[in-house]
Design a protein around this ligand. Structure first.
Ligand code: F0G
Length: 458
């Protein structure tokens, strides 16, 4: 008999989580104004709000915390991280920041000006936020296949060559500070970008004289998918694939809270010395001196170790097979989600699970509330509430994808938890004929309403 697959680690420390009653949850979600961000973590049984900063550090990472050098300038921890980034990612220059959006703030302060265009593959919210805040424009060039949730495509994060070339051809290169390639593409469902596609982006960037920046939060998961799905990469190691990926980038921004498996941290990787010098000024203004940039020495140590562990094949296989396991359970129960399964999450197609809730009543948010009521599982809406209003018309924007994201923290939950999540979702889906009304907005912030919106049930 072939031995079944199992995790590449064992558990040394645990944290108790508590189940609650439906009655308690009804009260709590009402007090939270039906916004899942407003729940206290003790009111949640299985927390799938995000995979950002929520993973479990290893014994080696915890040991590294004790070795941190907290010197203001020139700390050993800084050099340990610098050497690791050079070795694994290939960037000569780097700037530490306190998290990913801070890296975006520093880099975009250096390169983006009013009226600029930044084509890419469905930019993440904070990336788009930092672009639009500077009165520049993020242009989505993702392939059309990404918007058909039921279509199987190995690299739904890919950029469409025609769409990208059109932007590059029709605009002067001075107005295009960078092409932003998000690996994996969070917004389209944690979907990877193929090596071939990265090569295409590099070729066009060289042809039109523009930079390529990788938004790299989940770069290692992307490398895993290249190894598993792209011809010619099966025998290459994750580190070899990572190294080739970043050979096509001029710079990278990183949220270390994802694939570097730490609770806080970020950085910018750069190949150009002059750009590094310019960005350093903004780093000092916004984050801290260039050898700590908002991170403590111990956190830089844990991050350096996390980059090593996060790029090991066995770890990535354990991680992504767990997400796939949840996907296979949902398939068994007939629940529709973005196919194929992404790297860090399952994006449940709310319009298909709750077909009777009108779009104006936010089906994905409604599904999130129902799943919480059912089992204390907290997901996050990736749909019309997140998409905000059109800045000019102030009308609600209804994106093609109306999803509930079930984001799996790294090394945190077991497959028994996955079983609970799938069963709870099945129970909700079975009540779809009774769930015909959604929610209405009582109060919202003028931008980024997603996080603080107050809602009521209809
Ligand atoms: N880029 C991507 C692709 C991300 O997914 C995130 C964060 C960031 C940048 C910003 O990084 O949070 O460290 O400032 N994504 C989290 C999420 C918040 O839940 O998907 P950060």
């Amino acid at each position: 008999m072939d031995l079944p697959f199992s995790e590449s680690y064992k558990i040394k420390m645990v944290e108790t989580i508590r189940k609650s009653t439906r009655k308690e949850r009804e009260q709590w979600i009402k007090e939270a104004k039906y916004n899942l961000f407003n729940l206290r973590s003790e009111q949640v049984f299985i927390d799938l709000l995000t995979d950002s900063g929520t993973g479990a550090m290893s014994d080696k990472q915890w040991s590294e915390l004790m070795l941190g050098d907290e010197s203001y300038a020139g700390a050993r921890s800084y050099y340990k991280l610098k050497d690791t980034i050079k070795e694994i990612l290939g960037f000569e220059y780097f700037l530490p920041t306190h998290q990913g959006r801070a890296a975006e703030n520093v880099l975009f302060s250096t390169i983006v000006k009013q009226g600029d265009l930044l084509p890419g593959n469905a930019h993440f919210d904070t990336t788009k936020g930092h672009i639009e805040f500077r009165k520049a424009h993020a242009i989505d060039c993702t392939i059309d296949e990404a918007y058909n949730t039921q279509m199987e495509h190995p690299f739904k994060g890919n950029l469409d060559e025609e769409k990208l070339e059109k932007v590059l051809k029709e605009n002067p290169s001075e107005r295009i500070p960078a092409i932003i390639v998000t690996v994996t593409c969070n917004t389209s469902g944690g979907q990877p970008v193929s090596m071939e596609n990265m090569r295409m982006v590099r070729r066009l960037a060289d042809k039109y004289g523009v930079r390529v920046v990788f938004d790299s939060a989940r770069f290692a998961e992307n490398a895993y998918f290249i190894k598993m799905r792209e011809e010619g990469y099966a025998d290459k190691s994750i580190r070899e694939i990572v190294s080739e990926m970043f050979s096509y980038a001029d710079a990278m921004t990183m949220s270390s809270k994802k694939d570097a498996i730490v609770n806080i941290g970020g950085f910018i990787g750069l190949k150009d010395k002059e750009l590094f010098r310019q960005a350093s000024t903004f780093n000092i203004m916004f984050e801290g001196f260039i050898t700590y940039g908002g991170m403590s020495g111990r956190d830089m140590n844990a991050l350096a170790q996390g980059l090593r562990e996060g790029t090991e094949f066995e770890y990535l296989q354990t991680r992504i097979r767990q997400v796939e396991y949840l996907g296979s359970k949902l398939d068994e129960y007939g629940i529709k989600f973005q196919r194929p399964v992404g790297g860090h999450a399952i994006f449940v197609d709310a319009k298909q699970v709750l077909p009777n809730v009108p779009r104006e009543e936010f089906p994905a948010q409604t599904l999130g509330i129902e799943l919480y009521l059912e089992a204390g599982v907290r997901g996050v809406e990736i749909g019309a509430i997140l998409a905000d209003r059109d800045p000019e018309t102030r009308e609600n924007r209804y994106p093609e994808l109306e999803m509930l994201r079930l984001t799996i923290p790294r090394r945190t939950y077991t497959n028994n938890h996955m079983d609970v999540i799938a069963a709870a979702l099945r129970n909700v889906a079975e009540r779809k004929d009774e769930i015909t009304r959604g929610v209405k907005i009582l109060w919202e912030a003028p931008i980024m309403r997603h996080f603080t919106v107050e809602l009521d049930r209809l």
